[in-house]
Design a protein around this ligand. Structure first.
Ligand code: ADP
Length: 631
């Protein structure tokens, strides 16, 4: 198994991280992302410590359930509105904003009463609203203005739209709305103008509106939208029931110097909207939303959305930070560093919101952390895991080899040791000494060859060895192998028969091929009863371009369930283990490895109790190439 170098990994890792960051940015900007960001900032609105401050600047006169219970359903008689207005004005408020429409005439006495009241109360803002216009298809909406008699007496007129976002939550108000060539500022903005006694028009540029000393960040290209900075909790403003006001139960001094909003709060009046702070599912009356907006503007406590470029930079920085950490740290340090980044990424938007009143796309930031952290983490994990698996396989292979080497070395070593002892301890004649000397040198050579072969197989498996590829005449391979194994066979009185069909030649490494055949034949001898026969056949298959070496025995055979597994490293069939034959279960795995490296294969055909046939197929060498071949 090969492992990628650090550069290859980096070349993969960096684009993956960049793609993840881009995906995060796209998700953050999608409708889903926008919605999630809005939810998170709503959550922040509720989590922060910003209790209702019972502000002294604003008071509400509420057409509440008690008022309706007493005076009947909406619309409320204008005489009552007039009475309330006069009553409020006795306390000399800074401004009164009335969130009630007066587009059509009602009964003359009531209208007259309101006219008189408005005459007496010049600092009043009246409401206008856009309604869909079916008559002119070109114009999607038209203004529903106060009756001219009222309108000309009012200090000003402002629109009362507090439209919710697509998810039904009102977070912002458009400070200007136009239709039919006529534009109205929002009711609360007009109220601010009167409250601050700002003479003349509201000044505007691309980014802001200016009313007196208040510079309101409501950009033109964003329809002059302004986020309402809602306080947490109910009852931010002093609230009086209109019923109590007209009954004279509220002292006029309650309204002195304040901005007073008159509007409907009764449940079921249809003018209530969900806001970021409606946690208990309680919507807020429209008039209170306007009051909140005025409060935001009066105190310059604007919520400012984080600039898109800053958000983009923050997302990119987060992703880059995660990437660098994943690349440079490991283990506990990595965990600690990632935890710190996570804390920063998740804490910063909340702190910004609370301290600086900046609305950052917190969900996008969170994604910018988790996306790269998870994707990069999985990538790192997989590559590190692969490296681990490769290292583990190598170490197991080496261990296996070590065992095998020491095992296989035992018999030549014993022979060498024994011969040496005989020579040194006992007086031996010349002929015997020569015999023993020959044995020592033969066995030493075998040992050396064995070590060499083991190392070859090892390197072969590690992909470090270039297979020698030369034509290998199989006749020689078979003859040499049988000659080497003759003593072993003789001990069990096993007859070995070699058949060579034609001139079979394999293309490959003669020593490795011989090693493979040696393993197959020695197994055949090992697992066969005394006096049986082992046949070795070498044959070419010109049609397939292959050369075959087949070893057939009349031995124990291999149970069907073991046949697929005997080629596995260290696997020994039950029968073999019980037979008392020593072995490590490595020989066949090496044969398979050698076949595989030659581009050939090894197949097994066995009938338990009758015998086995192993066929080693190797690529054939071109005919005629043998003349120059040789190892
Ligand atoms: P070892 O012979 O050291 O156990 P091998 O990898 O050479 O290991 O063989 C694996 C297993 O395959 C053996 O343990 C034996 O169960 C089975 N086997 C191999 N060759 C033969 C054979 N000719 N006849 C019967 N069983 C065999």
């Amino acid at each position: 198994m090969r492992t990628e170098g650090p550069l290859t990994r980096l070349a993969l890792f960096l684009p993956i991280m960049a793609a993840t960051a881009a995906a995060v940015w796209l998700i953050g900007g999608s409708a889903y992302g926008v919605q999630m960001n809005a939810y998170v900032s709503d959550l922040f609105s509720r989590l922060r410590e910003r209790p209702a401050d019972s502000t002294q600047q604003i008071a509400l006169v509420a057409i509440d359930d008690a008022t309706l219970a007493r005076f009947g359903n909406l619309p409320l008689d204008r005489r009552l509105v007039a009475m309330a207005l006069l009553q409020v004005f006795r306390g000399r408020p800074a401004v009164v904003a009335i969130d009630i429409w007066f587009p059509e005439a009602s009964n003359p006495e009531s209208d007259q009463a309101l006219t008189v009241a408005l005459q007496a109360c010049p600092q009043t803002v009246l409401a206008s609203a856009l309604v869909p216009d079916d008559r002119a298809a070109q114009e999607p909406a038209r203004w529903l203005e106060p009756l001219p008699d009222f309108g000309k007496l009012a200090g000003s007129i402002g629109h009362v739209h507090a439209d919710p976002d697509v998810d039904g939550v009102t977070r912002q108000v458009l400070l200007a709305k136009s239709a039919g060539g006529r534009r109205h500022w929002a009711l609360s903005l007009e109220a601010l103008r009167l409250y601050t006694r700002h003479e003349g028009p509201i000044l505007e540029d691309e980014q802001t509106l200016v009313v007196g000393t208040h510079i309101i960040p409501a950009a033109k290209n964003n329809q002059r939208a302004l986020l309402v900075n809602f306080p947490v909790g109910e009852g931010a403003f002093v609230r009086h029931s209109l019923l109590e006001v007209v009954d004279g139960r509220v002292l006029p001094e309650q309204f002195t110097g304040r901005a007073v909003f008159i509007g409907t709060t009764a449940q079921g009046a249809g003018d209530s909207w969900f806001t970021p702070v409606s946690s208990q599912g309680r919507p807020m009356p429209g008039v209170e939303i306007h009051a909140n907006l005025l409060h935001t503007m009066m105190n310059d406590s604007f919520l400012r959305p984080l600039r898109e470029s800053s958000a983009l930079a923050a997302v990119a920085l987060t992703a880059a930070c995660v990437a660098v950490l994943l690349l440079s740290l490991r283990g506990a340090w990595l965990a600690v560093a990632l935890a710190l980044v996570a804390a920063a990424v998740h804490g910063a938007p909340f702190l910004l919101f609370v301290k600086r009143q900046v609305v950052a796309p917190a969900f996008s930031f969170s994604l910018a952390f988790w996306g790269p952290a998870l994707v990069g983490g999985v990538f790192q994990y997989l590559t590190v895991w692969r490296r681990y698996v490769a290292a583990d396989a190598t170490s197991r292979r080496l261990r296996g080899r070590m065992e095998m080497v020491s095992h296989e070395m035992r018999s030549p070593l014993t022979a060498i040791q024994g011969s040496g002892e005989v020579i040194s301890r006992y007086p031996v004649d010349e002929a015997r000494r020569k015999q023993l000397g020959d044995m020592i040198s033969r066995e030493s050579q075998r040992l050396a060859g064995m070590v060499e072969r083991f190392l070859d197989v090892e390197r072969l498996e590690a992909g470090e060895l270039q297979l020698r590829r030369a034509p290998v005449p199989l006749r020689g391979v078979v003859e040499r192998t049988l000659e080497r194994l003759q003593p072993l066979a003789a001990r069990k009185e096993i007859v070995m028969e070699a058949t060579i069909n034609g001139q079979p030649q394999a293309l490959g490494d003669s020593e490795l091929i011989e090693f493979a055949l040696y393993n197959l034949v020695s197994n055949a001898i090992k697992y066969s009863p005394e006096g049986s026969k082992v046949e070795v056949l070498a044959r070419p298959n010109t049609l397939l371009g292959l050369a075959f070496l087949e070893v057939t025995d009349q031995g124990t055979g291999i149970a069907t369930e073991d046949q697929a597994r005997v080629f596995e490293r260290f696997y020994r069939a039950e029968g073999a283990r019980q037979s008392g034959q020593s072995g490590l279960g490595l020989g066949l795995s090496i044969v398979r490895e050698i076949a595989r490296h030659h581009g050939g294969s090894v197949m097994l055909d066995s009938v338990p109790g009758r015998g086995s046939k192993f066929s080693l197929s190797l690529p054939a060498a071109e005919a005629g190439a043998s003349a120059t071949a040789g190892h």
